[in-house]
Design a protein around this ligand. Structure first.
Ligand SMILES: [Zn+2]
Length: 92
């Protein structure tokens, strides 16, 4: 039996950045439910406008519904509730 497209046996989300099975985007969060998603090749700092302070930033694995990592440029990481809130925003 061939594995499904969504099957991924990587143990860490960092390894999923190139697993070619998981859908992963970067995100920057400005408020409780105020998220901006961007492709992996775009730096997190690109979405920062003047006086627009992010409260968290990192990566979101849409296939595993899990936030992870941090932004080098913004020098901040994810918050504990990012995984839960993004998953709710996407429809549970
Ligand atoms: Zn994966």
């Amino acid at each position: 039996m061939t594995p499904k497209h969504t099957d991924c046996n990587k143990h860490s989300d960092e390894r999923c950045l190139d697993c070619r099975k998981c859908v992963i985007l970067k995100f920057v969060r400005f408020g409780f439910t105020d998220y901006v998603f961007l492709p992996l090749h775009v730096p997190h700092v690109c979405v920062i406008l003047k006086d627009n302070k992010p409260i968290s930033a990192g990566f979101y694995n849409f296939s595993k519904r899990h936030a992870f990592g941090h932004s080098e440029g913004l020098k901040i990481g994810i918050k504990k509730d990012d995984s839960e809130i993004i998953s709710v925003l996407l429809g549970g």
